[in-house]
Design a protein around this ligand. Structure first.
Ligand code: A3P
Length: 333
């Protein structure tokens, strides 16, 4: 065992998790982290909030065999993962739109630890392990919980991050839609700020990936940059993967990756999964509600219609008190 598990003692969580329809959570603390190339004196990974299911595959995941030509895409949930996956997959596969349309993104680019988080019908860990090379692998795990061989085999890792107010609002709607979360946005936000939603603590998730940015095999992307200048981001991704495309090809890729195009593309828009969950939970009447869509709103300032100015200010204050270093604070405010 190379992780410690801690029960959640937070009184609000303990008295309300069932009412909010949340799964059982646990804090997971890695105990063997000397291979991780974060060379900061005294650095120690922070325990991560995961569901109790994680215990079933912690060792197997930790010992997963890594291939040099793997392509890993990491993120905190709701940071633009799907968008980045489609971009990376196409760039690495000679812009093969036909295959991209034919094969669903969740199969081309499996979410490696999903079975340790939620009860899903397929074994995505197996799918990821057995994919032909190069394997495309999505994860939301923090740096400190990645498989050990990541640090010796050194596959390419792309990490995408997004501003916290957008992440919180998007994550809330995601949990209501897919996990039938039964709390309010305000309750969700407060538990998020107390590091009691899956994959939190959020700031550390983002900061720890920034602390491995000195590695040649790591590329950091940002949702807001993708929204403001997708061409520039695509060019950086192409350089990272040693790929070269013409201006026309890049324009075509931008069109394919536009919000409207992704929304109308069943290969990337996991709307079938949403509809299945809505049917199972007798909420099919909500099917046309914009917040029940997987590719939902796609805006930089979309949170403004959901968060009260007071709650938005609280989130900013939480960032200021949690993140003291100015360079890191800029990532979030
Ligand atoms: P919103 O809920 O704010 O709309 P992830 O893939 O990590 O779960 O992230 C989901 C977020 O990315 C959602 O944010 C979704 O709408 C947004 N998104 C997906 N595709 C996008 C695109 N092509 N352009 C902009 N945003 C996109």
């Amino acid at each position: 065992m190379n992780v410690n598990y801690y029960e959640i003692t937070d009184p609000v969580y303990r008295t309300t998790w069932k009412k909010r329809n949340q799964p059982g959570y646990v804090l997971v603390e890695p105990t063997q982290y000397w291979k991780i190339p974060i060379r900061e004196q005294g650095w120690k990974p922070t325990p991560c909030c995961l569901t109790t299911r994680f215990k079933v595959m912690d060792n197997e995941f930790r010992n997963m065999e890594i291939h040099k030509d793997d392509i890993w895409l990491g993120s905190f949930p709701k940071s633009g993962t799907t968008w980045s996956q489609e971009m990376v997959w196409l760039i690495c596969n000679n812009l093969d739109y036909e295959q991209a349309r034919k094969n669903k993104l969740i199969m081309r680019f499996p979410f490696v630890e999903i079975n340790s988080i939620a009860n899903v019908p397929s074994d995505f860990f197996k799918l990821a392990r057995e994919m032909p090379s190069p394997r495309f692998i999505k994860t939301h795990l923090p740096v400190s919980l990645l498989p050990d061989q990541i640090w010796t085999v050194k596959p390419k890792i792309v990490y995408v991050y997004r501003k916290p107010k957008s992440v919180i609002v998007s994550y809330y709607h995601h949990c209501v839609t897919l996990a039938n979360y039964n709390g309010t946005l305000e309750e969700f936000t407060r538990s998020f700020m107390r590091d009691l939603q899956v994959y939190t603590p959020y700031h550390n998730h983002v900061i720890e990936y920034h602390k491995i940015d000195h590695l040649d095999n790591v590329l950091l992307l940002n949702y807001e940059d993708m929204k403001t200048d997708l061409v520039e981001v695509i060019r950086r991704v192409c350089v990272f993967f040693n790929k070269s495309y013409t201006d026309e090809q890049i324009t075509e890729l931008c069109n394919h990756l536009s919000f409207e195009s992704m929304k109308n593309n069943p290969s990337v828009n996991a709307q079938e999964m949403v509809d299945m969950v809505l049917a199972q939970t007798n909420r099919l009447q909500e099917k046309d509600n914009m917040n029940r869509q997987f590719i939902r709103k796609g805006q930089i300032d979309g949170w403004k219609t959901d968060l009260s100015p007071e709650l938005a200010e609280e989130i900013d204050d939480w960032t200021r008190s949690n993140v003291k270093t100015a360079t890191y604070q800029k990532l979030f405010l």
